[in-house]
Design a protein. Structure first.
Length: 708
C-alpha cells in the first residue's frame, strides 16, 4: 500500500547538474521554487535530427519509456513519419518510464517540454511543482535545460507565436497559488515570473503579457510576487463560463474553449477586453490546437466561424489529440491493435507499438493511416548518447496512516522454521554506513535488500492475473494442489500455501445481494497501479530472480545522498504490502514477511486480505458508494483509495478532530473518514475528465453517490 504523500517537493538543482553545467543560477524572485539553469547540452540523450527542417507543416509529439522522454516531430513532406529530435533524461535518472507535456511555438521552430519521472507521477506535489522544463530546437535538435520545479499539467507549458513559452506550477498544497515562469526558448533565459494567488491555468504569452484562465475569467498575471506575498491577477474579461485551452492568435489575442456545464463546448476569441463567440461543439469531442502564426485549428466542432481553420477528424476512432501546425494532418489514437507478422496474433510488442503511435488523417484526402517511427541505429550514429541533467526533487513524507494488517491464518506453519545462520539477514541487523540522518542506522523494513539467498522470481503479467483470480476465490491452498514445496525460493521454510496463510475474508454487503468477494478487475488494477505487476526489482525480467521490490527502502525519497530509515515506505512486491512489513511490526511473523517479500502469490493473497478488511471497515463505518454492493466496480472507489492511504489518517492528513471516521466526518478539502479523498483540482483537469462531485467528496449523508 504505497502512500500518497503531500510533502513539499524540493526543486533546487543539485550536484549532478552543477558538475556538468557549472554553477546553478536560481531566479532570485523564487529561489527554491523554480530553479533555473544555464544551457546544458549534457542534459539529454541526443537523437538524430529529422531529415527535413521543421516548418508550418510540423507536428510535435512526445512519448516516455525507460530511455527517457522522446520529443518527436513529423511533417507532410515525409508522410508524417515520426523522428526523435531529442530524448530527455534529467540526470540520467532511471525510473523506468517518463511522462511529459509539450507545446510548439507558432513559428514551428521550438518545442517547450515539461517532463517528470514515472515513479513520481502519482504524487500530487510532484505533478504540481516537481517537473523539469526544457527547450528543444526542432531544426537543430539543440536542447536547453530551463529549470526544475514546474508543473506537469495538461495545459502547461503554453507556447507563444515565436520563441517564447510559459511554464506553470503550484507551490505548497491545494493549488492556492500559481507560479508562471516565462522563457525565451532560443536563449534558454527566464524573461519573467509571476506568483499570484489562486489557481490559474492555460497560461500563454501574448506579446509582452502573460494571460491565463481563472474560472470564467481571463486574467493577466503581473510580474512579481512571492509565495509569502503573492500578487493578484488583473481581470481582462469575463468569458461567462469556465475557460481553458488558450491559444495565442495572430492578432495578438487568444482563442480558447469554454465549458458551460451542459455537455457542450463554446469556442471564443479574446481581443483586448472583448470576448466573441467563434464556434461550438461537444465537450470532449472538440479540440483546439495551435496553428501556424496564430491561425489556430479546431477539430470536432459542430460550428466554426471565420478566424479558425476547421479540421476533419471523422476518420479517427476516438477523435483528434494533435495536429500539424498548418492543419494538413490530424492525429488520434488507434483503438485497434495491429496484427503480428504474417497475420499472426499480435504480440505484446506489437500492442505497445500500436498504442504508442497514432493514426493520422490527411486533410487533403480525408483518409487515415497508421503513422510510423523512424528507427535509430547506433552504428549509423543516430542513436542517443547518454548524458546528464537536473536531479530529481526529493519528497519529504509524513508518517504512514493507519492501515489494517493482513490476517495471517497459519503462522505456526513456518514460525521458528528456516535458516538461522548467516544465509539470511533480517533488516534489523543490517547497518548502513554512512548514516546521514537521526535514527538512520537501523532499517525500518523487515526484509533486507541485496541478500543472495533471498531473491524474488519476477512473475509475468499472466501469472499475476492468474494468481489474483485464484487468491480472490481462495483456491491457492494445499488441498487444491497449490502448496509451495519445502525450501521454496531457497527460503528454508516448510511447505506452505498462500490461501492457507491469507484466506479470503467475506465482504460485508447489502442484504439484497450475496456477493462477498473482491471483483478480480479491482485487485488486478491495484496490482498494476502499485507495482506494474512486479514482485522483484523492475530490473529483473519475467522468470528471472532479483531483489524484492521495496518501496523507498532507505526512506530517502528520490535523493541519492541521504539515508533516513524511519521515513521508509516498506511496501513490498506486487501489491505493495506495507502493513506488517516493518521490522518492528509483529502482525506478520518474520517468516511470513519473507514470503510476502519473495513469493508473488503470497504477496497478492496478503494484499487482497488487506483490501477486504478495508472494505469491511468502511462498510461498518457507513462510508460506502452507491449503497455498498461489492459486485459493482464503481463502488470500490473508496476502498481502493483507503488501501493506499489508510482509513484513520493522522493529524498530518488533517484529521485533528479525534472523531471516529464516518460519512459525515470531513475536513478542509478532503474526507478524513476515508483517509485522503481529496476533491480533484478541477481547473487543473480537462473539463471532460471524469471527476467526483462535491457531494461525493464531502460524503454528506448516509452514503456516497458516484458522479460519472
Amino acid at each position: 500500500m504505497r502512500m500518497l504523500f503531500r510533502g513539499v517537493l524540493s526543486t533546487t538543482l543539485a550536484a549532478l547538474l552543477a558538475v556538468t553545467a557549472g554553477p546553478v543560477q536560481v531566479g532570485s524572485s523564487i529561489a527554491g521554487l523554480v530553479a533555473s539553469s544555464p544551457d546544458v547540452g549534457s542534459s539529454v540523450l541526443r537523437a538524430g535530427v529529422a531529415s527535413s527542417s521543421p516548418g508550418s507543416d510540423v507536428a510535435v509529439d512526445g512519448a516516455g519509456d525507460a530511455a527517457g522522454y522522446h520529443v518527436r516531430i513529423a511533417s507532410s513532406a515525409d508522410g508524417y513519419v515520426w523522428h526523435d529530435v531529442a530524448v530527455l533524461r534529467p540526470a540520467n535518472l532511471d525510473p523506468g518510464s517518463w511522462y511529459g507535456y509539450q507545446c510548439v511555438t507558432g513559428d514551428g521552430k521550438f518545442a517547450a517540454v515539461a517532463v517528470l519521472p514515472g515513479d513520481l507521477i502519482n504524487r500530487n506535489d510532484a505533478r504540481d511543482h516537481g517537473a523539469f522544463a526544457y527547450s528543444v530546437n526542432l531544426e537543430s535538435g539543440a536542447v536547453k535545460a530551463l529549470g526544475s520545479g514546474v508543473g506537469l499539467k495538461y495545459h502547461s507549458p503554453g507556447c507563444g507565436l515565436s520563441g517564447s513559452a510559459v511554464f506553470t506550477s503550484n507551490p505548497g498544497t491545494n493549488e492556492t497559488e500559481t507560479v508562471a515562469t516565462a522563457y525565451d526558448l532560443s536563449s534558454g533565459k527566464q524573461t519573467s515570473q509571476s506568483i499570484v494567488a489562486g489557481q490559474v491555468t492555460s497560461v500563454v504569452p501574448l506579446g509582452d503579457r502573460v494571460v491565463g484562465a481563472s474560472g470564467s475569467s481571463l486574467v493577466e498575471l503581473p510580474e512579481g510576487g512571492s509565495t509569502d506575498n503573492p500578487t493578484t491577477t488583473h481581470t481582462i474579461a469575463d468569458a461567462g463560463a469556465a475557460a481553458f485551452d488558450l491559444r495565442a492568435a495572430t492578432d495578438g489575442g487568444a482563442d480558447f474553449l469554454m465549458d458551460p456545464g451542459d455537455g457542450s463546448v463554446k469556442i471564443a476569441h479574446l481581443k483586448d477586453a472583448k470576448v466573441s463567440g467563434i464556434g461550438a461543439g461537444k465537450l470532449g469531442a472538440t479540440r483546439l490546437f495551435q496553428g501556424a502564426g496564430g491561425h489556430n485549428l479546431v477539430a470536432g466542432a459542430d460550428e466554426v466561424k471565420d478566424g479558425l481553420t476547421a479540421l476533419d477528424a471523422s476518420q479517427l476512432p476516438v477523435g483528434a489529440a494533435n495536429a500539424a501546425l498548418d492543419g494538413g494532418g490530424v492525429f488520434g489514437a488507434d483503438t485497434a491493435v495491429a496484427p503480428g507478422a504474417a497475420g499472426a496474433p499480435a504480440t505484446q510488442a506489437d500492442a505497445s507499438q500500436a498504442v504508442g503511435l497514432p493514426l493520422v488523417e490527411m486533410q487533403a484526402t480525408k483518409q487515415a493511416h497508421q503513422t510510423t517511427l523512424k528507427s535509430t541505429d547506433s552504428a549509423g550514429g543516430s542513436s542517443p548518447a547518454r548524458k546528464a541533467g537536473p536531479e530529481v526533487p526529493h519528497v519529504k513524507k509524513p508518517e504512514d496512516a493507519a492501515q489494517p494488517a493482513p490476517t495471517e491464518a497459519k503462522p505456526a506453519v513456518f514460525t521458528n522454521v528456516g535458516p538461522t545462520g548467516p544465509s539470511l539477514q533480517l533488516a534489523s541487523n543490517v547497518h548502513a554506513i554512512p548514516a546521514l540522518s537521526s535514527g538512520a542506522t537501523t532499517p525500518k523494513c523487515s526484509v533486507a535488500r541485496l541478500q543472495p539467498t533471498l531473491q524474488a522470481m519476477q512473475p509475468g503479467n499472466a501469472q499475476v492475473d492468474w494468481a489474483t483470480q485464484m487468491a480472490e476465490q481462495g483456491l491457492l491452498t494445499a488441498a487444491n494442489g497449490y502448496a509451495r514445496p519445502a525450501n521454496f525460493a531457497n527460503m528454508g521454510l516448510v511447505s506452505y500455501a498462500p490461501s492457507d496463510d491469507f484466506p479470503p475474508i467475506a465482504l460485508s454487503h447489502p442484504s439484497s445481494d450475496t456477493w462477498s468477494t473482491v471483483p478480480r478487475s479491482v485487485m488486478v488494477a491495484i496490482d498494476a497501479q502499485e507495482s506494474n505487476f512486479n514482485q522483484a526489482s523492475w530490473h529483473a525480467l519475467p522468470g528471472i530472480a532479483g531483489d524484492p521490490l521495496i518501496a523507498d527502502y532507505y526512506g530517502a525519497g528520490d535523493a541519492i545522498d541521504t539515508i533516513n530509515y524511519p521515513a521508509a515506505d516498506c511496501g513490498y512486491g506486487v501489491a505493495q504490502v506495507t502493513t506488517g512489513m516493518a521490522a518492528t511490526d509483529t502482525s506478520i511473523s518474520p517468516h511470513g514477511q519473507m514470503k510476502v517479500a519473495v513469493d508473488y502469490q503470497e504477496n497478492i493473497a496478503a494484499g487482497l486480505n488487506i483490501l477486504e478488511q478495508t472494505w469491511n471497515q468502511l462498510y461498518a463505518a457507513g462510508i460506502t458508494a452507491n449503497g455498498g454492493d461489492p459486485k459493482y466496480l464503481e463502488n470500490w472507489f473508496l476502498a481502493t483509495w483507503a488501501y493506499n492511504t489508510g482509513i484513520q489518517p493522522t493529524a498530518a492528513f488533517g484529521n485533528t478532530s479525534g472523531c471516529t471516521p464516518g460519512p459525515d466526518v470531513y475536513g478542509p478539502g478532503w474526507d478524513v473518514g476515508a483517509g485522503l479523498v481529496e476533491q480533484p483540482p478541477q481547473p487543473g483537469l480537462r473539463p471532460e475528465s471524469c471527476a467526483v462531485s462535491e457531494e461525493y467528496v464531502r460524503g454528506r449523508g448516509a452514503s456516497f453517490e458516484l458522479a460519472v
